[in-house]
Design a protein around this ligand. Structure first.
Ligand code: DGL
Length: 268
């Protein structure tokens, strides 16, 4: 029997991963869960994010998924080892694939990382990079306001450009040639980030790198048909539908509401 791929994020960000999965593995069925009742994760503790991530994973497993993609850098940074030790299905994070890609691309040996407070302060990126290549220099910057801007659909407003300048210009001056977008919400802000940093800095979309790795390691469903995507959120389905279109580049049909942590399943 064909089993779906499970994907979760704190909200809309993981849709940037779903978009790439659909492009690279069109035959696969996907179940997406966005924890819109508890977004953002980026300013919460390891304990809280681990509990949320565990509940999200259990929900996906209750839907029969064959693997789980933790399409949230904050969960990947804070909760991934706990999830790994608890669940038996294959689990993918979004940090390792982006790091590998950035190392492949850099010529100056200077990498930039942007992400949520929790991701940047966890040091997860630095550790992963040091494991693979100890000679690289890493400059990182938390960009917490990018998540609400993306969730609001404010992707290229003047205010967004202004905030991006505050966050990114100091990084741009450090001689980096590759910048990892270490939050799955950030790819929708790519144009603004490019506008501020210029074309000389290559942006690594960690969701895209993750989708490429998953395709490499699994044998995607072949065949003519296009797989389905079912969307679940923990709150505000209408808003998710509206702004989700921007993340997916296509209409989001139905969105169901579930309460993570309860075993009640879909409410509507
Ligand atoms: N999209 C998430 C990430 O990749 C979470 C952002 C947030 O909830 O703060 O980190």
């Amino acid at each position: 029997m064909k089993r779906p791929i499970g994907v979760f994020d704190s909200g809309l960000g993981g849709l940037t991963v779903v978009k790439q999965l659909r492009r690279l593995m069109p035959g696969e069925d996907i179940i997406y869960f966005g924890d819109t009742a508890r977004v953002p994760y980026g300013n919460k503790s390891r304990r809280a994010v681990t509990r949320f991530s565990r509940e999200n994973s259990r929900f996906l497993l209750s839907r029969g998924v064959k693997m789980i993609i933790v399409a949230c850098n904050t969960s990947s940074a804070l909760a991934f080892p706990a999830l790994k030790s608890e669940f038996e299905v294959p689990l993918y994070d979004v940090i390792t694939p982006g790091v590998r890609k950035a190392i492949e691309l850099t010529r100056t040996g200077k990498l930039g990382i942007i992400g949520t407070y929790a991701t940047i302060h966890s040091g997860a990126y630095e550790r992963e990079i040091a494991k693979l290549d100890g000679s690289l220099t890493v400059h990182s910057m938390p960009c917490p306001l990018f998540v609400p801007l993306a969730e609001e659909g404010w992707v290229n407003r003047p205010a967004t450009v202004e905030i991006a300048r505050e966050y990114l210009l100091p990084l741009g001056g450090k001689g980096i040639d590759v910048l990892i977008l270490g939050c799955t919400h950030y790819p929708v802000l790519k144009e603004t980030i490019r506008l501020v940093l210029g074309e000389g800095i290559t942006l690594v979309d960690s969701g895209l790198s993750c989708a490429e790795l998953v395709r490499e390691e699994m044998h995607p469903e072949a065949g003519e048909g296009r797989g389905s995507v079912r969307y679940f959120v923990s709150d505000m389905p209408e808003r998710f539908k509206e702004v989700g279109r921007l993340f997916m580049g296509e209409e989001i049909p139905d969105v169901e509401v579930v309460v993570p942590g309860s075993e009640r399943g879909a409410l509507s």
